[in-house]
Design a protein around this ligand. Sequence first.
Ligand code: ADP
Ligand code: MG
Length: 166
Amino acid sequence: MNHNNMLEDVADFTVKTRSADETLEFGRRLGALLRPQDIIALVGDLGAGKTWLAKGIAFGLEVPGHEYVNSPAFDLVHEYQGRLPVYHMDFYRLDQLSNEDYLWIEEYLDRQGVCVIEWADKFIDQLTKDYLKVELRETYNEDEREIRITDIGGRYKRVIEGLKQQ
Ligand code: ADP
Ligand code: MG
């Protein structure tokens, strides 16, 4: 699928948070809207807030707080059981993804849970499925982050609508 041809009908949503806790809370709202096999692609520099947002998403999917371990930087993926399974991946450590990497990632994408992927830009070009792109960036104000959410492919209109309604 060539996602570049779908620019006419892009649904997106932008929010600014003023603290890590606000990012967590926004993640919670987003997580509450997710369904099996949704893919959340987190993109942003080191310290942009990807891990905080991922944690909020896990809480929004009802992962118990005491089970949550921060970033899976060393294991590449952490699995949680909430209202749905949550697969939190972090590709920070992967410079270039090998064919083996694509195979295990695809295997997770095919499961009945939600994939939340930090440093998703390292692999997004290879992704043939629809995904929710979440770009985080620091602004000129300390502790402020701009979070831009884009529905890539059309599957996530309902999520964007849900966020706009809240
Ligand atoms: P990443 O996973 O993108 O590298 P983290 O979520 O691990 O980033 O870290 C974000 C850092 O920025 C944390 O130290 C957090 O306390 C801080 N921070 C400050 N303001 C915010 C904000 N609005 N949202 C998220 N994190 C923030
Ligand atoms: Mg991180």
